[in-house]
Design a protein around this ligand. Sequence first.
Ligand code: AMP
Length: 283
Amino acid sequence: MQIIKSIDALRAAVKPLAMQGKTIGLVPTMGALHDGHGALIKESVKNCDVTVVSVFLNPIQFGKNEDLDKYPKRLEADAKLAESLGADFVFAPSVAEMYPDGDPLTLVRDETLESMYCGAYRPGHFRGVLTVVSKLFLISGANHAYFGEKDYQQVFLIERMVRDLNFDIQIHRVKIVREASGLALSSRNEYLTDLERSQALSISTGLKQAKETFEKGERRVAVLRDVVIKSILGNRGQVQYVEVVNQKDLQKFNGALREEDKVVILVAAFFGKTRLIDNIELN
Ligand code: AMP
């Protein structure tokens, strides 16, 4: 496995393989890899001839007061994990390599979710994500790309971007990988103290309870939301949002759900200073 830092070098390495008819899979990450990322890499290695894992902490998707500076960085360990899972290339460019002219003048943005859910609380986040993911698609020339459902809004927006802009790439969703406790794996879990980590279980526990409540026949949106909110508030979490939304377009449901509705609950909450997201599909 090769670690590549320049765009030209990645193109030079991948193009001849693509010319031979090999399929290229891309797994975009911000590093500090864990088994959640591992699931994406495994899926790419299983389905594609060549797997490129990108490790790039993308500054333009972070707000001024967010955790860009303290985000964990460990390229060597990341490369080892990627190699052990069968990846062929780790693409780890510098910020100057990706943004040689400083902040880009040209951005890819959506006009709906940028003001909803995570978009409302993280201004500029999704346009930073869509912009860097577009760049990574163009740089890698990948035919397939893998994204986790942990970031439900993100994968929705990327699928939509690919359709809207005719990127010649197939997007694959990978289910959320959780600890045995239920906590969704995240590089940000490293920020949690032991106490906060045990309190943060209330997110996945609340989501599971909401799903059980739904399965018992409850269809009132407010009741389902409340199950999750109570679980988090009861464990000293601060809720940023809990919303019951349509899997297809991520629009909010109100009132009561109908039998045909496909539903996912989206959550963001703080434990101490750490912001965590999670979600669960009800059907
Ligand atoms: P990140 O490094 O946080 O930008 O994540 C890179 C990719 O890994 C994204 O597509 C995430 O959705 C995915 N990912 C992160 N954590 C998990 C998890 N626990 N389960 C599944 N996918 C994940």
